[in-house]
Design a binder for this molecule. Structure first.
Ligand code: NAP
Ligand code: MG
Length: 508
């Protein structure tokens, strides 16, 4: 394993966005282990610009030795109290400083994220980078508020009893490629606030913003070993990390198939596990809803981030008496949505992340099209380089089609209708028609319906008359095969602690 100092050696990339030239400063992708930037010893992997289909840099994946070194450095930092031994207020201040550093580098991070994911720069600049900073700040506040409580016990004698929260230890934080910086903040924020140390593994496709975040954390003085960053393949780097006996908790966001695998792997050491997995979330539009707001919301829910959102409303159910009107509106939105390179100012939807993701999404649509599924708009790539998929809407009558049942993770909406006479349990039955249970959306003016659907929905996150509602204060997580464990809120930070009970006999 070769080591190098922590000086930055960024490659600069000059991109053409329409008539404007955009400069992106690309960090050298290495691994942050015990306070040092280290070259990997695994196979070389390319990093793509999905808007152009070009390779922007390469890096050597972390191998088993790199993983072992990172897990040991996190262990050492945890056991030596360099982080959990700080006062809660000092930990909070460090996290707050990291949030400020993210905000101070908004433009640089936004360009990096747009380069690596293809997301519109307007989104990374005005939403994602600020959101990452806010998540860090929200969690900074919890460092000073992780309290236990005293309990009333009925044991013979006299007792002073209390509960106490203590940090779980070394955490392995595994994230996907759809929101790399936001997800890094959403894992590091609560883990560090709770007093844990971390080994973060970004997706192999999107290492850039996580590496830059690691550099910023180093610059502002995070103690060595508290934040380690390893990039590389899931099957090698990720697998070595989650099966490492020195890891106390794995927090994973990604696909259901890998989540199930991790449940088996972590059972070996009973490593704590949180799984934020896939979804196939339903959106229901009743005839009494504000139909243009509902159509707009349903479209944005599936076309934002090119449909690569775990909570995307990908199955739409519209009451049949207003179906044509709503479908027409959604199709028009899809036809007029400016799709292209995220650096072009007018663009509202970028590419999907990779060639294989593009092939996969288009294959789902191609295989569905037929007697029971009609492609109303989209279903094809753009005639230009890059991994683009047009916003796609399918009217389907066969609920068993893979396009209805499986998570596609692309800009593909299926539409079904329900009758004007349908009762709540029939609507809920349609909503529960897949193995997932992440989010559910309902559009109605009826308070009674809204509450009954919210109560009945087997989903972790219900939204009424809106397609958004992600906030660091709101617990987020799935039911059923969308996983378990909550991120955000008090529950999110508490999930990085163990709860202990202490009973002191003060008189017999
Ligand atoms: P993925 O293949 O499950 O990968 C997620 C992360 O796990 C990546 O860092 C991946 O590395 C790593 N990984 C893969 N195999 C591993 C293994 N055996 N051991 C340890 N780590 C391993 O998912 P993806 O393709 O990156 O992301 C898309 C999926 O994530 C979708 O299904 C989506 O719904 C889900 N997702 C869920 C949420 C949520 O909050 N519920 C949020 C976003 C995305 P590589 O990059 O090398 O594969
Ligand atoms: Mg993968």
């Amino acid at each position: 394993m070769s080591q190098s100092d922590s000086n930055r050696n960024p490659a600069a990339n000059q991109l053409q966005a329409g008539t404007a030239a955009i400069q992106v400063s690309i960090p050298e992708v290495r691994h942050l282990i015990g306070g040092h930037w280290v070259h990997g010893s695994g196979p070389t992997l390319p990093v793509h610009n999905p808007s152009q289909g070009t390779v922007v840099t390469e890096f050597a994946s972390a191998d088993r030795d790199n993983v072992d070194a990172a897990a040991r450095s996190a262990r050492e930092a945890f056991d030596s109290q360099t982080w959990q031994g700080l006062s809660p207020a000092q930990r909070a201040r460090m996290l707050w400083k990291l949030a400020d550093a993210v905000e101070d580098h908004t433009e640089e991070l936004a360009r990096l994220e747009t380069l690596n994911t293809g997301k519109p720069l307007t989104v990374t600049r005005s939403f994602e980078v600020p959101q990452a900073a806010e998540i860090l700040r929200f969690n900074a506040g919890w460092a000073t508020k992780l309290n236990g409580e005293t309990r009333q016990v009925s044991l013979p004698g006299q007792w002073h009893t209390y509960t106490q929260r203590q940090p779980l230890g070394v955490t392995a934080l595994i994230i996907p490629w759809n929101n790399p910086l936001v997800m890094a903040a959403a894992k590091l924020g609560p883990a560090l606030a709770a007093g844990c140390t971390a080994v973060l593994k970004p997706a192999e496709l999107t290492p850039l913003s996580a590496v830059r975040l690691g550099e910023l954390a180093q610059q502002i003085g995070f103690p060595a070993g508290v934040i380690n960053i390893l990039t590389g393949l899931g099957e090698t780097t990720g697998e070595a990390l989650v099966s490492h006996p020195g890891v106390d908790k794995v927090s994973f966001t990604g696909s259901t198939v890998v989540g199930k695998h991790l449940q088996r792997v972590t059972s070996e050491h009973l490593t704590r596990l949180a799984l934020e997995l896939g979804g196939k979330s339903p959106a229901v539009i009743y005839d009494d809803a504000d139909l243009s707001a509902a159509a707009q919301g349903a479209a944005l829910s599936i076309f934002s981030n090119s449909g690569q959102v775990c909570a995307a409303g990908s199955r739409l159910y519209v009451q049949e008496n207003v179906a044509e009107e709503v479908i027409d509106q959604i199709v028009k939105i899809a036809e007029n949505l400016p799709v292209g390179d995220g650096f072009e100012p007018q663009v509202r939807m970028g590419p999907v992340i990779s060639q294989s993701q593009q092939d996969r999404v288009l294959r789902y649509v191609r295989e569905a099209a037929g007697d029971t599924a009609e492609v109303l708009v989209g279903g094809t790539e753009l005639d230009r380089p890059g991994y683009f998929v047009r916003p796609t809407v399918l009217r389907v009558s066969d609920r068993e089609l893979p396009v209805v049942q499986e998570e596609i993770f692309g800009p593909v909406l299926t539409v079904q209708t329900f009758s004007a006479e349908a009762n709540i349990s029939e609507v809920l039955k349609s909503m529960h028609d897949t193995r997932y249970g992440l989010s559910a959306y309902v559009w109605t003016k009826s308070l009674e319906r809204a509450h009954r659907i919210a109560r009945g929905a087997r989903a972790g996150n219900v939204r009424v008359n809106s397609h958004i509602g992600m906030d660091p204060a709101m617990p987020f997580g799935g039911f059923r095969e969308s996983g378990y464990g909550k991120e955000n809120g008090r529950e999110g930070v508490e999930s990085y602690t163990e709860l202990k009970s202490v009973a002191i006999s003060i008189a017999s």
